[in-house]
Structures are given as C-alpha cells and as structure tokens.
Write a protein that binds this ligand. Structure first.
Ligand code: C2E
Ligand code: CA
Ligand code: CA
Length: 581
C-alpha cells in the first residue's frame, strides 16, 4: 500500500474512512508525525491543527524511558531491515500523562522518501471496555451484584475445592423477598427496583468479604458462603439477614418493611452439580415460606416429596371449590360470666375425596400463596352468615350470639371485601352486629396502611372486629387500638403456658387489663384444661374457646347445643384463685 501526503482530495471516500476511523492512523517521516487522523490526535490530547502544523517529533509523544525502543523500531523499518512491526509502548499525552499504546506500522514511500504508516490503539480504553463487557456479562445491572452465571461459576469452583479439601465447608442460601409482588404493585416498579437495591446493600453487610451475594433475577437472591469454620454459620448468616432487615426502608418518604424467606443447602461431597445444590436451597426456601415466611429452613431430601405434594394440593384445591368439597365447622365460644354459648368461630375444612378431612392449616397457606383464598374466603363468609341466620332463629332476640369469620391478609387488600360482606348480610338476613371478622395481628402489622380504610368501612356497617392471635406479633396494644377492634383474641400459646408459672399468668393479666382499659373484650382461645379455665376466670377474661368446651362441629350439632341452652359449669377454683391475688 502506498499513500501520498496529504491524502488526495479526489479519494474522498478513502479520506473520510481514515478521518472517521476509531483507531489512530498516522504517517511519520524523519521522526516526525506528518499526518494524524482525529482519533490519533484525541489519544494524545492535541487538536489536529497542532499536530499537522507543527509536524510534532515522535519523541515528544513518547514516554522518556521508551524513546530508545521506539527510535530503534522506526530506524529499522526506515532502513529497510524489516517491513513492518507490531509492539506496545508508553506514550506521553500533551498534558504529560502516560498512556499504554499498541502500534502497528509498516514501511512506505512518501514523495520519494521512506516513511512509516500505521495504526495506533489506546490500550487503556480497550482494557476498560473489555473489563466493562466482562463485568456486564457477569453482573446484574440493577444492583451491581454478581448475576446467576457468575454465581453458578463460583459455586462450581467451591464444589471443586470441596473435593480437594476435607475441611472446606460451603453453603448456598436462596433468598426470596416475601410478598414482593404486592409491594411492587402497590408502590410502583420504580420504587420496587429501589427496594431491591436497598435490600442488596443490606445483604452485603451480612457476609464476609470472600462470600458471594448474587441476584438471580426478580426478587430472588443467592448467597455463597465459603470456607467457614462452624457448621452453624449458614443459619447464623440467615439470622443476621433477618436482623438487618428489621428496620424499615425509606422509599421516597414511605416506610416499607421487607422480609425474606431463606432456604439453606449445605455443600456435601456427594453434591452432584451446582444446579442441584441451588435447586435444593430453592426447595428449602419454599418450605420457609410455608412455615410462615421471614425465616429460614435447611434443606432435607424429604422436602422434594413435600414440594411435589404441595403442587398436587394446589391443583386439587382449585377443584375443591367447584366440587363443593369445602365445609364450614363451628366452634362454640363460651361466656365466662354465664357459662352459656355466646357465639362461635367459623372454621373452614376440606373434605378431600381421597385424603379425607384436611384441616385449614394444611391448605390455607397454599390458598393464600395462589390467591385462591379470595374465592374461598368469599364462600366461607356467605356460608357462615347463612348458617348463623339459621342458628339465631332458635334463640331469643336478645341473645348475644355472634359468628366469627376469619379474614386473610389478601382479602383485606381487596376493596370488594366491603361489598362481599354487605351482600353476605343482605342475602342471609343476618344482622350486622351478629357478624365478627377476625383479623390476625400479623396481618395488621403488615398491611396496616392499605387495610385501615377498609377496616373502618367494615366497622361502619356495624360488624364487630376481632384481633386474632394477639401476642404473636410485635405490636403494642395501644397502637392496635387505633383500628378500633372490639375484641381481642389472646393467642393460644399464652393460654397453654398460663398455669405453668406466675410470670405467664402476670403477662395475661396485663394484656387483659390493658384491653379492658382500651374498651375491648378478651376471648381466650385454645382452652384445654380446667386449670387453664380457672386461671382465665380469675384473671377476668370475658370469653373462652377450646377443646375443653368443644371441638369445631357441623351446623346441625351447634344448633342442638344452642337449643339445649347448654351451660358449662364454671370452675369454683377460680373464685379462690382470684381472692389469693
Ligand atoms: P385460628 O383463627 O387461630 O383458629 C383457631 C384454631 O384453633 C382452629 O384450628 C381451632 O380448631 C383450633 N383450636 C380450637 N380449640 C383448640 C384447643 O383447645 N387446642 C388447640 N390446640 N387448638 C384449638 P383450625 O380449624 O385448624 O384452623 C387453623 C387456622 O386456619 C385458623 O386459626 C385460621 O387462621 C385458619 N382458618 C380457618 N378457617 C379459615 C377461613 O375461613 N379463612 C381464613 N382466612 N383462615 C381460616
Ligand atoms: Ca381465628
Ligand atoms: Ca387464633
């Protein structure tokens, strides 16, 4: 190839190509730059006029220690000892800074004299570009954390290391943000993304420098813990994460609480492939969700069978509604003043054609996860009101008998609930004050904001609100009072412990008197023994429910109980206990 200088105007297209080239192009003669394209000038920090006008000596563009090398390379080509050469050297920019350069130059003739034409690449640029490409391919754009492929790669390395070193331990934690979909839908996607970034930052605080925190996609994260000493470390890491996420996130002025469910799979020598271990951790994470979220579960092979059964359950549950396999059972609630039945709690159960009776705890969580709780909840509401209307026809008008229906968190996020309650009352003819809606403390803690309007509207229908499972969350009673609950249901774990120590009885006494001060009645649930009953009476609890009185029963039997005006004998021991205090 031969070139003349300056490039002939007639070769317009060729000229444009050279001028626009993203690689530096130059011609040197007599150790001076006699032509440089715009990119070449940019690399060295000169304007094109400066370089062309002055025919800048190559020495000025070279870092001093490298000049002998560059000079010798030019000399050999000009002398014709070699035709072309490819090498790297350090250049000097106009501002004095140093750059790594890669140069490719060949001997040519220009106006009858030897010259060199060549190309020049700024390696600093290329290194950065390569690094960025590599980084982007292996990292998540939103959080900057390693992505799934980098995570799998590191997991593969950890497995290989485990083969060589018997004392090397590693574990995979699979994390899923609880109810992220709801958060994302109610806050909008931009804030949802922001929340994921904040969670990522907190996760990084829970691991050691050598560990990997990755985002697998969506609201799923994974952590690879490596080379830890104590076998308890993965569980402790999960505890640290729960602690770290306890504080609210500030999202544009809105306080948001986010918890994660964590599945742990510990690396064993026999662990087959990285994919298998990640899947095991994922399975354990699902178990943690089923156990109530915001917790961790360690993988055990039996979980696979469980996961399959769970999937089957969901399919069956869809059909159960259509085939009317659900039933409502009623458990009496007894007044501790009169010993008479003062109402009942409606509890759904499933009459499965093959498996027989399935209790709600075995299918309500799955129904909540899949959204099936919405049609199920609506059905229970209608059914309970219809049956309750039938009970009360057996009673004097003034008898204060009411039916309690459980509401799930999903139902409370639905504005239609108000209309469903209205319709259930209208269709059954049940008076509003005979319906009580039970909402658990944890649901209130979680959805306090969105649910508060709906709760107020329900209350204005004349329906009573009952705070279920009280004592299992972290709320204070006075905070909950703002939602104007009429009745508080003491969780059965308190009742179970009430007669084991004076301290436990004291806790219950405090709750009862606080509820009283805030104008709420108290129902104790899970009463199983006469001793528990006696304690509750002594503590002036208003109502009680539990196997001691009766198990949940069908509507016909409950009506018999009402008809018989069944009165439970209240414990005389209560009198003695209350005097002792
Ligand atoms: P819950 O609201 O706390 O209901 C009370 C549970 O305690 C019932 O369990 C009841 O059978 C049980 N129980 C009653 N007395 C005793 C006792 O003396 N000892 C013990 N150990 N347990 C007693 P069940 O029927 O298995 O219901 C479990 C949970 O399922 C309920 O807890 C409630 O959270 C949920 N659930 C039941 N029906 C519905 C429904 O229609 N909708 C919704 N969303 N959840 C429901
Ligand atoms: Ca309940
Ligand atoms: Ca309860």
């Amino acid at each position: 190839m031969s070139v003349s200088h300056p490039l002939p105007a007639s070769e317009d297209r060729f000229r444009a190509l050279v001028e626009q080239c993203l690689v530096g192009i130059y011609v040197i003669q007599d150790d001076r730059v006699v032509y440089a394209n715009p990119r070449f000038c940019q690399i060295f920090g000169y304007t094109q006029e400066e370089l062309a006008r002055e025919a800048v000596p190559v020495e000025r563009l070279t870092c001093e220690p490298d000049w002998p090398l560059v000079r010798e390379n030019i000399r050999r080509r000009i002398a014709g000892e070699i035709q072309s050469l490819h090498y790297t050297f350090r250049g000097r920019r106009k501002d004095g800074s140093t750059i790594e350069l890669e140069v490719h130059g060949a001997r040519t003739e220009l106006r009858g004299k030897p010259a060199i034409i060549g190309t020049l690449l700024d390696l600093t640029d290329r290194k950065l570009a390569e690094e960025k490409l590599l980084h982007d391919a292996l990292h998540d754009a939103l959080t900057g954390l390693p992505n799934r492929s980098l995570f799998m790669d590191r997991l593969g390395q950890a497995m290989a290391r485990r083969e060589r070193r018997a004392d090397y331990r590693f574990a995979v934690l699979f994390l899923d943000v609880d109810r992220f979909k709801t958060i994302n839908e109610s806050l909008g996607h931009a804030l949802g993304d922001r929340l994921l970034m904040l969670i990522a930052q907190r996760l990084l605080r829970c691991v050691r420098p050598g560990d990997t925190v990755a985002r697998l996609g969506g609201d799923e994260f994974a952590i690879l813990l490596e080379d830890y000493g104590d076998a308890e470390e993965p569980a402790r890491c999960a505890d640290r994460i729960r602690e770290e996420l306890r504080a609210a996130h500030d999202l544009a002025g809105t306080e948001v609480f986010a918890t994660v469910s964590v599945g742990i799979a510990v690396g064993e020598r026999s662990s087959a492939r990285p994919d298998d271990l990640l899947r095991d951790a994922d399975t354990a994470m699902y178990r943690a969700k089923e156990l109530g979220r915001a917790r961790h579960a360690v993988f055990h092979p039996s979980m696979h069978a469980h996961a399959r059964a769970q999937l089957q359950l969901e399919t069956d549950l869809r059909r159960a509604l259509e085939r009317s396999e659900l039933r409502v059972a009623f458990q009496p609630i007894v007044s501790l003043r009169t010993g008479l039945v003062s109402g009942c709690e409606a509890l759904v159960e499933w009459q499965h054609p093959q498996r027989g009776r399935i209790p709600p705890d075995d299918f309500i969580p799955a129904a909540e996860e899949t959204g099936l709780i919405l049609p199920i909840g609506a059905w229970v509401l209608r059914e309970a009101c219809r049956e309750a209307r039938a009970f009360v026809s057996h009673l004097p008008r003034s008898a204060p008998v009411a039916v309690s229906v459980n509401l799930s968190g999903r139902q409370l996020l639905q504005a239609e609930l108000l209309e469903q309650v209205r319709a259930a009352l209208r269709e059954s003819g049940l008076l509003a004050h005979r319906l009580r809606l039970e909402v658990t403390e944890s649901v209130i803690m979680e959805h306090a904001g969105p649910a508060s309007l709906l709760l107020a509207q329900l209350k204005s229908l004349g329906v009573h609100l009952l705070l279920d499972d009280f004592g299992t969350g972290y709320s204070s009673l006075s905070y909950l009072h703002n939602f104007r609950f009429d009745t508080l249901k003491l969780d059965r774990t308190f009742v179970a412990r009430i007669d084991t120590s004076a301290k436990n009885a004291e806790i219950v006494r405090t709750i009862v008197s606080l509820a009283r001060a805030l104008g709420m009645d108290v129902v104790a649930e899970g009463v199983e023994t006469p001793a528990q009953l006696a304690q509750l009476q002594a503590l002036h609890c208003d109502y009680a429910q539990g196997y001691y009185f009766a198990r949940p029963m069908d509507a016909a039997r409950f009506v018999e109980l009402l008809d018989a005006r069944k009165t439970w004998p209240l414990s005389p021991a209560a009198q003695a206990l209350s005097h002792r205090r």
